[in-house]
Design a protein around this ligand. Structure first.
Ligand SMILES: [Zn+2]
Length: 302
């Protein structure tokens, strides 16, 4: 499932393609060094009733921002409404249009192609732009909310208010430490609990624990102070690396330009069962923890 680096990679590209660079700053990759112009949604084509949202509040509005809260994306509109969406397992946003300057060949992970049987929503944009939403497992969702209401904790649909503070954003060492000392859960399971701290899923939890030399099964409240500090730094480091590599294309993840991420080629321990530990050469072991594949070095990780 996409984690923080994948969803952030989607956000960065959607912002570039849909909102443009309104301050007129030159974007790298632009042939004329000029600004990219943002888009207006001219027409919304909903092909699957699961994704039914109020068209009239979306059509003929300008896209003013693309934000991310944990793994949730928020597309802000000039109508003071926002599209709140989660790609879940296999959701994909793919853009085609004038703001895509370096057209790459479409990944084979875009199952069924664009406008095919797994395309559920099509945003027809001005100037010939199109944004497709594809999802072959159909766990992804989309909702329309008043922009002023999306972080309101009294909103019954509020998914964002339930998230814990976020790595690389507002989670401090003090808060991280406080969450850990209060929990007897295995540290890896706690790291992935989005209601406690947001942004880390299975791939990056495995890698961060290896980097911090902590056994994934270790009880969270048994970590020593120096281990807590090292763990937070390790989580931040692997997340930044993930963003730098454009995310990991493990299942269906592709960026809005149709290309895949590359973090899967650079994982530290994730997916490397029986391969030698990058630190001590001991074969990496795999166990199940909380139902998820857990990779670790039995020698380095205490
Ligand atoms: Zn090792």
């Amino acid at each position: 499932m996409p984690e923080l680096p994948e969803v952030e990679s989607i956000r960065i590209q959607l912002e570039k393609f849909l909102v443009g660079s309104p301050r007129g700053g030159a974007l790298r990759g632009s042939p004329r060094g000029g600004a990219l112009r943002g888009h207006i949604i001219k027409k919304l084509e909903i092909r699957n009733p699961k994704y039914e949202i109020e068209k009239e509040k979306i059509e003929n509005t300008k896209i003013t921002g693309v934000r991310r809260f944990g793994k949730v994306l928020v597309i802000d509109l000039s109508s003071n409404y926002s599209i709140v969406t989660h790609v879940k397992m296999t959701g994909q946003f793919i853009y085609q249009g004038p703001n895509l300057l370096n057209v790459k060949s479409l990944s084979h992970k875009v199952v069924g192609g664009l406008g095919g049987k797994h395309t559920h929503v099509i945003f027809h944009l001005d100037r010939g732009g199109v944004l497709y939403f594809n999802d072959y497992r159909r766990f992804g969702w989309m909702r329309l909310e008043k922009t002023s209401n999306i972080q309101n904790s009294k909103n019954p649909n509020n998914y964002i208010g339930k998230l814990g503070k976020e790595f690389l954003k507002d989670l401090t060492l003090e808060e991280f430490s406080e969450i850990l000392v209060k929990s007897k859960k295995p540290i890896k399971i706690l790291l992935m609990d989005q209601t406690k701290m947001a942004g880390v899923g299975n791939i990056y939890a495995n890698d961060a624990l290896w980097l911090a030399m902590i056994n994934p099964r270790k009880q969270a409240n048994k970590l020593l102070n120096y281990q807590i500090i090292k763990l937070l730094k390790s989580v931040e480091k692997v997340l930044k690396e993930g963003i730098k590599r454009g995310g990991a294309s493990e299942l269906a993840y592709v960026a809005p330009d149709g290309s895949e991420g590359h973090y899967q080629d650079f994982t530290l321990v994730y997916g490397r069962e029986k391969e030698p530990c990058k630190n001590c050469k001991t074969p990496i072991e795999k166990v199940k923890l909380g139902g998820r594949g857990t990779y670790f070095c039995p020698v380095c990780q205490k």
